[in-house]
Design a protein around this ligand. Structure first.
Ligand code: C2O
Ligand code: CU
Length: 510
């Protein structure tokens, strides 16, 4: 009997295998088209002058504080000049917001007015300040209300930024356009021969990707496979589609900010010339690094100085970023995409710029041997250490005036990144190796390649509050909104952590 059955079994197996191969092939083909890559190199018409966010007006009040007003509101904008108005939101305008600027040592106060039809708040990304001024999920501003945080700027010159942070709605609000730059100045930076004429040779470059629906609305369609959030096919710089910048000096400083909700870029110049990397998230580097590419995941910044020759055109471009993953996962996470971002148009005659110095500013190295605690934070799924964000749960307490070492690891096969509030940290190692120069300075956000543990050292100073937490989270905003966030408090020595107030997070006055 078995001898008779065998051919039949073989035929059945053959048919089954054929069906599987066909289905598999079909699924693979469908999948492949679902994760189509985007390549805009050579396709972008650079027809619009780059919009430069205005510097926010400020005034000194009777206590000597520098006071800004920031009004969040809905807007509309025709991004592509085809008459289709996109529904947007912005600060003091239709899209994005003015650049706030303050000097180390100044006391600032920002009146945040909410004219949106929903709750919002403003977080000062990268700023060292008391938790109740931080603009995290516990400082919500009701529609029509005003929230006026005030703090003393006490950290090095840096390119910071601001954006809403209402738990569960951050992606949506940032996507609509609520974000802006916050530049800090100090004497050390001012003493260096660096380009610093705002909007002339020192230019904000806020990069965001968007997709548009047929009617011209932002369409935040999420790739089902990627599960990292929405990736757009059109790049906006400071809200400009197809931007060019007229350069009139031999060197131009670009303050790159990845304000995208999910996409990671690898920025460089179209002819692969090198540029000077002078600063990262939390300030200037100790030494200038000559690079040809700098990778920025959502929330990260880099200050670069680019040399141009008279009369030339060169393009800031993003080439496929190394996400530490391969195959379909890489493609679906934008790891194969290329974008032409911003065209630099050099004038026929350029004003001389001094060379960028090799030595920039002294950077104190934090001492991991002095760490009071070592913590491990594991990013997986939408959880950190197996837990989803809860507004009423403090995950841990750090003690003021102590140093800690955190080992942060992405245990998924997909991208995540890591951001912590209140402090700038230093990277000790990437998967056991010394960090490259672009990751060696002050950072508040880092990309987490899967299965490559990042050891960082942080020091908590000045501000403590046992009840009001700071956040740490994935800055892929859809992940953050879905719960990939935790809360820590900074306590005084010997003090026990309390609990977040049960006020529903409202912190404003009318
Ligand atoms: Cu840029 Cu917690 O955020
Ligand atoms: Cu994530």
């Amino acid at each position: 009997m078995p001898t008779r059955r065998r051919p039949l079994v073989r035929v059945l197996i053959g048919v089954l295998a054929g069906v599987l191969v066909l289905c598999g092939g079909g699924v693979a083909a469908v999948t492949w088209t679902l994760v189509r890559t985007t390549d805009t190199v050579g396709e972008v018409d650079f027809v619009r002058p780059l919009a430069v966010p205005p510097l926010a007006q400020s005034r000194l009040d009777d206590q000597g504080r520098r006071v800004f007003d920031l009004l969040a509101r809905d807007g509309r904008r025709d991004f592509r000049g085809d008459g289709r108005l996109t529904r947007t939101a912005g600060f003091d305008g239709d899209f994005l917001g003015p650049t706030l600027r303050a000097k180390r040592g100044e006391q600032v106060r920002v009146n945040v007015v909410n004219k949106l039809g929903e709750e919002t708040n403003v977080h000062w990304h990268g700023m060292h300040l008391p938790a109740r001024m931080d603009g995290g999920p516990h400082q919500l501003v009701r529609p029509g209300a005003t929230w006026s945080p005030t703090w003393r700027v006490d950290q090095p010159a840096a390119t910071l930024w601001y954006h809403p942070h209402p738990h569960g709605a951050t992606e949506e609000q940032v996507y609509r356009g609520l974000a802006g730059m916050f530049i800090l100045d100090d004497d050390r930076e001012a003493a260096l021969p660096l380009p610093r004429s705002y909007g002339v040779d020192d230019v904000p470059v806020i990069v965001q990707d968007r997709s548009f629906s047929r009617s011209g609305q932002f369409s935040k369609s999420r790739n089902v496979i990627a599960s990292i959030g929405a990736l757009g096919d059109t790049v906006l710089v400071n809200g400009t589609v197809g931007p060019y910048l007229d350069v009139r000096t031999e060197r131009v400083r670009l303050r790159l900010l990845n304000a995208s909700t999910a996409r990671t870029y690898d920025f460089g110049l179209s002819d692969d010339r090198s540029f000077a990397l002078i600063g990262t998230d939390g300030g200037l580097l100790a030494r200038t690094a000559r690079l040809t590419r700098v990778r920025l995941s959502p929330g990260e910044r880099a200050e670069i100085v680019v040399d141009v020759r008279p009369g030339e055109r060169v393009t800031l471009r993003s080439t496929p970023p190394d996400l530490g993953i391969g195959g379909l996962a890489r493609r679906s996470a934008g790891g194969a995409d290329r974008f032409d971002v911003l065209q630099l148009r050099a004038a026929g005659t350029l004003t001389p710029s001094p060379p960028v110095p090799d030595a920039l500013v002294p950077v104190d190295r934090l001492d991991p041997a002095a760490a009071a605690t070592t913590r491990r934070l594991e990013f997986q799924g939408r959880d950190i250490n197996g837990r989803s964000m809860r507004m009423d749960r403090i995950d841990f307490a750090a003690t003021r005036d102590t140093t800690e070492v955190w080992e942060v690891v992405n245990s998924d096969g997909t991208p995540h990144n890591f951001h912590v509030h209140d402090v700038q940290f230093q990277l000790l190692s990437v998967d056991g190796a010394a960090p490259p120069p672009e990751m060696g300075g002050w950072k508040d956000t880092i990309y987490l390649p899967p299965h490559q543990p990042m050891r960082i050292v942080l020091r908590f100073t000045d501000h403590s509050d046992p009840n009001l937490p700071y956040m740490f989270h994935c800055h892929l905003l859809w992940h953050e909104d879905s719960g990939m966030m935790g809360q820590f408090v900074v306590v005084d020595p010997g003090q026990a952590p309390g609990r977040p107030p049960a006020h529903g997070g409202h912190a404003e006055h009318d």
